[in-house]
Design a protein around this ligand. Structure first.
Ligand code: GLA
Length: 383
């Protein structure tokens, strides 16, 4: 067991019993590139997770050990410097945010490891950041509420690790619930749960194994394009603060005022927000066919209008569309690589897995990793 390895390593290194915390990866059913446009998303926490073993120290030293990389890293609470090793930045960033908020902690001992595949778009970085924020909150009795933990973890990734992500990943990491997806309103931070039972359906992720070097710069470019759309539309209605405030008719009535590309980006975001809301009604009605249809529509929008897909993702999603086993499929996450997310009836999972493996192998001569996920709870203490 992963958690046992982490615990044993901790006891070996630090000769004491740690607090154990499980911090999950995430999937996103629908609502892509909408979080930073203050729209809706529909993610869920999954069974792949990072496990923390952690305890407070009496001095200022923070001693980190990554089981997966077999690497350690030490720093002092009040002496934080960006590390070329990169992974420590996701942890130091959390301490940095606490310092900036004026919350004093002492040092800590920390061992962590898990089974969230890296670079697959399952948000291992948010699991690391939010999981540590949660753990420190507990061992130092900081009394930080859940939403503040989410914001702190997001800021730590933005500022220290230098990743300009939205709030979805940290939010679902903390608020996720077993067998339920989480609809988040990224403007008001209100949220609601909708059922997606683990026994009936499975979430199957197909990894293209593509990691696009343009992903970061294109992500920032999309953000800027949406902001530029908002700026233009604001000239005609000063009430508009984000794409969330723009009805589709309003966008169409100003089509000629917008650059053609910007228009398509905005159209995708506005329609995707609507899809999330409709998808939640589908779940309440157990209308999985309509839900699946919306997943394909989301993919088409991401491919043709938002332009963040890639041939490998398109191939995976299209193959799924033609197979009878899949309810819905689309690319997931920032784009340009990573995984497709497929909604599959439990009884069809095996057949679909072997179908997609064969198809991808034939086309790209690579066997793609396929992950079959369950929806689990958010970050929590393990007794
Ligand atoms: C990345 C970011 C999220 C979100 C998605 C796109 O995963 O971390 O905040 O913007 O891309 O939906």
């Amino acid at each position: 067991m992963l958690i046992e390895n982490v615990r044993k390593k901790f006891i070996k290194l630090f000769k004491e019993e740690p607090l154990l915390v499980r911090s999950p990866g995430r999937v996103n059913l629908i609502g892509e590139h909408t979080d930073y446009n203050l729209g809706f998303v529909l993610p869920a926490a999954i069974d792949n997770a990072i496990y923390y073993a952690i305890s407070p120290r009496n001095d200022n030293n923070c001693k980190l050990y990554s089981v997966d990389l077999d690497e350690d890293f030490n720093f002092e609470v009040d002496d934080l410097k960006y590390s070329e090793k990169r992974w420590p930045n996701y942890l130091m960033g959390v301490v940095d945010q606490l310092n900036k908020t004026g919350i004093r902690i002492s040092g800590f001992n920390c061992v962590f490891g898990g089974d969230i595949p890296l670079g697959a778009g399952l948000s291992s970085s948010a699991a690391i950041g939010a999981g540590l924020a949660f753990s420190l909150n507990h061992i130092f009795n900081l009394g930080i509420d859940k939403l503040s933990l989410v914001k702190l973890a997001q800021k730590s990734e933005n500022e220290f690790a230098g990743v300009n992500c939205g709030i979805m990943d940290q939010f679902v990491n903390i608020f996720g619930a077993e067998g339920r997806v989480l609809k988040i309103d990224c403007r008001s931070f209100e949220y609601e749960y909708h059922p997606l039972a683990n026994d009936e359906l499975r979430i199957v992720l197909c990894n293209t194994m593509v990691t696009h070097s343009l992903a970061d710069s294109e992500y920032n470019r999309r953000r800027a394009q949406c902001e530029s759309g908002v700026q233009t539309l604001q000239q005609y209605n000063p009430e508009i603060k984000s794409l969330r405030d723009v009805p589709l008719e309003h966008l169409f009535s100003h089509k000629s005022n917008l650059d053609e590309t910007i228009f398509r980006r905005c159209k995708y975001v506005i329609e995707e927000n609507e899809r999330v809301t409709n998808a939640c009604s589908d779940l309440e009605k157990k209308d999985f066919d309509s839900f699946g249809q919306r997943m394909y529509e989301s993919h088409r929008g991401l491919r043709d209008e938002y332009e963040v897909s890639c041939p490998e993702l398109d191939f995976m999603a299209e193959e799924a569309l033609y197979s009878d086993e899949v309810i819905g499929a689309r690319m997931m996450g920032g784009g340009f690589g990573g995984c497709t997310i497929n909604l599959v009836y439990e009884s069809n999972v095996k057949k679909f897995k072997s179908f997609i493996e064969k198809a991808y192998k034939k086309k790209y001569n690579k066997k793609p990793p396929v992950y079959i996920c369950r929806i689990e709870g958010g970050t929590q203490i393990i007794s």
